[in-house]
Design a protein around this ligand. Structure first.
Ligand SMILES: *Cc1c(COP(=O)(O)O)cnc(C)c1O
Length: 351
């Protein structure tokens, strides 16, 4: 048989890429991926008729779900594009509008990964010392590179803070391209978010997702913005990107908004409790958070991370992105208690 060097065969910009690593380290308590610790109390998979006609393609426009999404976010159907997770919508945005793509760093890694996979120029501008946008540097980059797309995750993953609204607005005003405010964690934030400003800025787009509020398995995300922008992105959308099960189950999820909202309340109040607990552990410095996770600095973070795994708790090691920093997702009160106990053990003792 012939030997083929597939790496050589791949597109030049793919050759040096590494796949996104979502490592599955089995642990008793899983607090690494910013998922909700809560599922719905009832099994909505069992709802009658959800999977009735598996031989047919799903509704390509997900009309029913879109109607519900529009009502929920108080926008028109023409303002919405649905994605197989917001990850897919980031892919579509970059495919439709191309680069350069600008974002602050550290932030959600997919903006950079997808830009590079698509062969587009990606520009990461460091956040300031408070993890807020460095307005001067960001505006200079907007001027210099004229990015087609700017991605601002607010609240930002992995730092947990919202960027100052006035700084975001300055970037929207200075940009000729589209500024995407990624509000994956907005439901956990005390701030209003940018949906109310959609009418004021044509180049503002917003990303939302069901993933962080209890439905990560469904893979449903929303792009909300100007109908003209939605129309362009829709041209690159795969025809059946949302499968029938996700469409049906996402609808059921929206019907249970009350339950979901009370779960979000539990998570945010646990977040405040956890923040205090972390603050009281020697060698640990947590940052305040508007999201469902907390970033904290730890002496010997790498060692602490591995000790926690031995104790049965998986969190996120930020590695090079932020030195000596770890990110923990807010779990149930029991999980958080287990984590705190394990952390106390892990920071003490010899290396
Ligand atoms: C988790 C996350 C997403 C991905 O959401 P999906 O809808 O699951 O694809 C998008 N943006 C940010 C900032 C995230 O942290």
């Amino acid at each position: 048989m012939k030997t083929i060097d597939f790496t050589k065969l791949a597109r030049r910009n793919i050759r040096s890429l590494k796949p996104y690593e979502a490592k599955e380290i089995p642990c008793k308590v899983k607090l690494d991926a910013n998922e909700s610790p809560y599922s719905l109390p009832e099994n909505i998979f069992m709802k009658k008729n959800i999977f009735r006609s598996l031989n047919r393609y799903p509704d390509p426009d997900a009309k029913e779900l879109k109607k519900t999404v529009a009502k929920n976010f108080k926008v028109n159907i023409g303002n919405i594009l649905l994605g197989n997770g917001s990850d897919e919508l980031i892919y579509y945005l970059i495919t439709a509008f191309e680069g350069p793509v600008l974002y602050p760093v550290p932030t959600f890694s997919m903006y950079g990964i997808i830009s590079k996979a698509s062969g587009e120029k990606a520009i990461g501008i460091p956040l300031d010392k408070d993890f807020d946008l460095d307005t001067d540097k960001m505006l200079a980059a907007v001027k210099k590179y004229n990015p087609k797309l700017v991605f601002l995750s607010s609240p930002n993953n992995p730092t947990g803070n919202c960027f100052s609204a006035d700084r975001i607005l300055k970037i929207i005003e200075a940009s000729k391209g589209i500024v995407v405010v990624d509000e994956a964690y907005q439901p956990f934030s005390s701030e209003k978010g940018f949906l109310p400003l959609l009418g004021d800025y044509k180049n503002l787009a917003i990303l939302r997702t069901l993933s962080k509020i209890g439905f990560a398995a469904l893979r449903v995300g929303f792009l909300i913005g100007d109908p003209g922008m939605i129309k362009e992105v829709n041209k690159v959308r795969l025809p059946f990107n949302l499968n029938s099960a996700s469409q049906a189950l996402a609808l059921e999820a929206f019907k249970r908004k009350k339950i979901v909202n009370s779960q979000i309340k539990n998570i945010t109040s646990e977040r405040e409790r956890l923040l205090e607990e972390l603050d009281n552990i020697g060698g640990i410095s947590p940052y305040p958070s508007e999201a469902n996770f907390i970033l904290f600095r730890a002496k010997n973070a790498n060692i602490v991370y591995h000790r926690l795994i031995k104790e049965g708790v998986l969190i996120r090691n930020l590695g090079k992105a932020i030195k000596d920093a770890l990110r923990v997702t807010i779990g149930t009160p029991e999980e958080n208690g287990f984590f705190i106990t394990a952390l106390r053990k892990s920071v003490g003792g010899k290396k």
